[in-house]
Ligand binder design. Structure first.
Ligand code: BES
Ligand code: ZN
Length: 927
């Protein structure tokens, strides 16, 4: 009876209000229709602070591919005036009116469904007109509001901006919001004449508004066919710095007027790297212009909209007086990344978000090449390769990681895919391909792929096909191998392998086997299955060839996908070391037998350590520290490797070591044996600290830029471990700054030491020190400086100051912009006192934090990283587990990140159980 009533109720509802019952509930749009062109008109009202909104009309030219009686497209939080919807058939001889009889919505998938009066017939073209409007909100997606203070009048200036990727174009106008529906766009923006407008294309015409006084319509040229997530526009009162491209395209860099002098570097670097890509990809940049714009409120680091790339201020603006070399390199990298997307992503787009990595992995990899080309002195290719490898090793050693190519069913899942797997592992496997195929085949294959799929969509198999053809033509790959089989083992499988290498010292051979590498050492052998096609490159002490990355052999997988043990004939003598994986060209870990480790340790701890390639030195450190963590090696072996760092003067191995040692620091620093670890670190760091002249300002006399970064990095850890005079010098610098009459104009702290100096001084300092730095933050006009300050304000050890800071960071009314709040929380959570508070704060305020970020969950998931690195007791782990369980709803968008955090915490607990005592004993022997 109850059931029957319910049924009647449901049916009844269906009849009376067609609006809320979804008639179509699949997560992808139906394929009966294809949009060809959008005429998009939007009037933006920015004058009165309590009436900030937009009113629009979109005319979509739609081709029917199949007969259908409905038009289903995306629309979210838009008010659509149904009575004014128009529909007309515009093809063929009979140009006739059709109409919409009723509409319904499906809120789960953001669908707006129009039922048509007459059936739409395959082959015909229709024009659909939809009037819509919405408020401009302060959320950082869709068509939204940003602001800044005019420093002269101290008045708030409003501007509008867009952020559509991955699925927010639907919040700005009704559209077929999937990457596969490419169409051309004619954008027309209406606004008060005190403003300017920019969009993807150049302006075609400006005319007066037909009725609103002082308003104008600005029409832009028709775009090339493109996906909705790349559409962009903005109404603002910015100014720009022009640069000219060699091929004649207009290149402009936009910022608020008071920051325009910080655009010089971006205006100089942008065109250079764009030109490099034109050569690299063999295709001209196809639009007549490109703008890059610094938006004061921006959620992503930057966004590659075609012809109108948007950035945070901190990733586009550079001030020689306020930004460090690391800031400058970061911003070059971001620009190079976004401009690479103009080809990889914009010209050729993934069919569906499953292949997001084609966009992000490529842009990440190619950015390293682009920056290398423009600034060879930065050595950025090797550095960014190492960063990518290390980040993917870390995440991908978790059972809760995921394959590069990942099925996507929900909008929330798309957002989750913008992670280290898509970016860093994606980049690492592309580099692997580049290095095993060689320059010629890689470039030819890429060019072919881009030419074939220009203005269209592609999936990874399409790329594999082009590359296989090129590699076979060039003889870079044996005829019976194909890229498809090799690469699928890397992109469709989660994880990466560890290769176990057992040498036969008399025969000059070695046997190699593989299995999945996992950080959780309790996972049984049977669950470490998997097989990866591994290009085998190696060298020995005698041969010493660290240049040839082309494989000497391959580790293959059987037809049942099992690893086939492989014998290599390496010819190394019994007293020579053997190293696999030249320049870490493939993302796997290499474990050797004890005798080979001994030979490597001897080489590293001798004068000849530099005969091993710098990336391979980083590899040995990273591998042995992982193996010691998971029990494949003991800490005695690991420390014998790290001991050689007393000789090391290169940034790359130091980065590798410090990242790993930081993890030990994070779980040891709340334990009674931390003292020994601290002493050990001091011992390692002292020689290099002294070699670099400690905290003294020696930057101007440095012959190599690389040394600047090395010093920045070393000094930063040196102060944490109280090396030599680091802390007292840092405090002295800070005192000198505080004593300045005009500290916002004059800052005596060397640019590249500022982060260390601020953090150290705040960590040891008073409330006045904190307030002083906070005031500098409020007065600063430079994005990167503001970020440095926000990250160092969290270094305090005062409980109440940290609590106040965390509250500020999630308060919409505070001086901290939403985009920066995660920086503050992360800074607090990374501190030894702050961690305990942040842990508590997160658990107690998860609802508030969720509300603050939703639905942009990517930022929220970042809050977990510093927490997961430090939780190392069983009781804390249990607390987090039940918290995760109880707050399932609030943590929905960060489900994957939460699982990964819990697994990381578990491996920390395991470490404490199994390694803590062994490690403590061993480290004492090395003091
Ligand atoms: N396409 C992304 C921006 C993006 C990220 C949109 C996440 C939607 C969700 C852009 O190309 C990007 O990758 N930005 C990076 C910075 C980049 C230099 C690594 C980012 O935002 O982290
Ligand atoms: Zn990107």
């Amino acid at each position: 009876m109850k059931c029957f009533l319910l049924l009647v109720l449901v049916i009844g509802l269906d009849l009376s209000s067609a609006n809320s019952i979804p008639s179509y509930n699949h997560y992808r749009l139906p394929t009966a229709l294809r949009p060809q062109k959008y005429y998009l008109r939007i009037l933006t009202l920015l004058e009165s602070p309590d009436d900030l909104r937009f009113v629009g009309n979109v005319q979509i030219v739609i081709e029917a591919l199949k007969n259908t009686r409905n038009i289903t497209l995306h629309s979210k939080n838009l008010t659509i005036d149904e009575s004014r919807i128009t529909l007309r058939q515009i093809s063929g001889a009979s140009n006739k009116d059709n109409c919409v009889s009723s509409t319904s919505v499906n809120p789960t998938h953001d669908y707006y469904i129009m039922h048509t009066c007459e059936e739409l017939l395959a082959g015909n073209v229709y024009k659909l007109g939809l009037p819509f409007s919405a408020d401009l909100t302060r959320q950082l997606f869709g068509y939204y509001l940003s602001s800044y203070k005019n420093p002269v009048t101290n008045k708030t200036r409003w501007l509008s901006a867009t952020q559509f990727e991955p699925s927010f174009a639907r919040k700005a106008f009704p559209c077929f919001d999937e990457p596969g529906f490419k169409a051309s766009f004619v954008v027309t923006l209406g606004y008060h004449k005190q403003f300017k407008a920019i969009s993807n294309m150049p302006v075609r015409e400006i005319r007066k508004h037909e009725s609103l006084q002082n308003y104008i319509w600005c029409e832009f040229q028709e775009s090339v066919p493109m996906s909705t997530y790349l559409v962009a526009y903005s109404v603002n009162d910015f100014t720009f710095k022009p640069s000219t491209l060699p091929n004649g395209a207009l290149f402009r860099t936009w910022a608020r007027p008071n920051a325009i002098d910080q655009c010089n570097y971006a205006a100089e670097f942008g065109p250079k790297v764009l030109q490099y890509y034109e050569e690299f990809f063999g295709i001209r940049y196809p639009l007549p212009k490109i703008d890059q714009m610094a938006v004061p409120d921006f959620s992503a680091g930057a966004m590659e909209n075609w012809g109108l790339v948007k950035y945070r201020e901190s990733t586009l603006l550079y001030s020689p007086n306020h930004s460090s070399l690391a800031d400058k390199q970061d911003l070059a990298n971001v620009i190079a990344h976004e401009l690479a997307h103009q080809w990889f992503g914009n010209l050729v787009t993934m069919k569906w978000w499953t292949d997001l990595w084609l966009n992000e992995g490529f842009a990440t990899y190619v950015a390293g090449l682009g920056v290398q080309k423009i600034h060879p002195e930065w050595d950025s290719r090797d550095k960014s390769s190492l960063v990518a490898l290390m980040a993917s090793f870390r995440l991908d050693s978790l059972v809760s990681s995921h394959p590069i190519s990942r099925p996507i069913r929900m909008v929330a899942e798309i957002e989750e895919s913008f992670d280290a797997i898509s970016y860093q592992k994606g980049s690492a496997v592309l580099r692997m391909m580049h290095l095993f195929m060689g320059e010629e085949s890689f470039r030819t294959g890429l060019k072919e792929y881009l030419k074939l799929y220009a203005y269209k969509n592609a999936e990874q198999n399409n790329l594999w096909e082009s590359l296989t053809t090129a590699a076979h033509q060039n003889g870079a790959l044996a005829g019976h191998y194909d890229i498809n089989t090799i690469m699928d083992s890397w992109t469709l499988q989660t994880g990466y392998p560890v290769l176990n290498i057992t040498r036969d010292y008399s025969a000059g051979t070695a046997e190699i086997t593989q299995e999945r590498y996992l950080r959780n050492s309790q996972i049984p052998q049977a669950d470490r299955v998997g097989c990866w096609w591994v290009p085998l490159s190696y060298t020995s002490r005698e041969e010493n060839d660290f240049n040839t990355t082309a494989p000497k052999a391959w580790m293959e997988c059987s037809s049942t996908d099992e690893g086939v043990p492989t014998i290599i004939d390496h010819q190394a003598g019994p007293d020579e070391w053997l190293i696999l994986n030249i320049q870490l060209s493939t993302p796997y870990k290499a474990n050797y037998d004890a005798r080979n480790w001994k030979l490597l340790i001897d080489a590293l701890n001798s004068k000849e350590f530099e005969s091993i390639h710098v990336i391979n030195r980083a590899q040995l450190l990273d591998d042995v520290l992982y193996f010691a963590w998971t029990g494949e090696q003991d800490y005695e072996t690991a420390l014998q490797v790290t001991n050689y760092l007393r000789r090391e003067r290169d940034l790359i191995p130091w980065k590798s070591a410090l990242d790993n040692l930081k993890l030990l620091n994070r779980i040891l620093r709340q334990t009674p044996n931390f003292g020994s670890f601290k002493r050990y670190m001091k011992r390692l760091l002292t020689p290099i600290y002294e070699h670099l002249h400690g905290m003294n300002d020696t930057f101007s006399s440095m012959p190599q830029q690389d040394e600047v970064l090395l010093k920045t990095t070393v000094v930063n850890v040196a102060c944490q471990y109280d090396v030599s005079d680091c802390v007292t010098q840092a405090q002295a610098y800070f005192r000198r700054w505080r004593a300045e009459a005009n500290p916002d104009e004059n800052n005596p702290v060397p640019l590249n030491l500022r982060s260390t100096v601020y953090c150290t001084a705040i960590g040891q300092g008073t409330e006045e020190d904190w307030n002083f730095l906070w005031t500098r933050y409020r007065k600063s006009n430079v994005g990167s400086e503001r970020q440095t300050i926000l990250s160092t304000l969290g270094c305090s050890k005062e409980v109440w100051i940290l609590q106040r800071y965390m509250e500020k960071s999630f308060d919409p009314k505070s001086a901290i912009r939403k985009q920066d709040s995660s920086l503050c929380f992360q800074a607090v959570a990374s501190g030894q006192v702050g961690f305990l508070l942040a842990k508590q704060y997160f658990i107690e305020n998860v609802e508030l934090i969720h509300k603050y970020y939703y639905p942009q969950t990517r930022t929220m998931s970042r809050l977990l990283t510093p927490l997961s690195e430090q939780v190392s007791t069983l009781s804390d782990l249990k607390k987090f587990r039940s918290f995760a369980n109880d707050s399932r709803q609030l943590l929905k968008g960060i489900r994957q990140a939460m699982q990964q955090s819990l697994e990381t915490m578990l491996t920390n607990v395991q470490w404490m159980d199994w390694n803590y005592h062994q490690f403590s004993r061993t480290i004492r022997r090395h003091l």
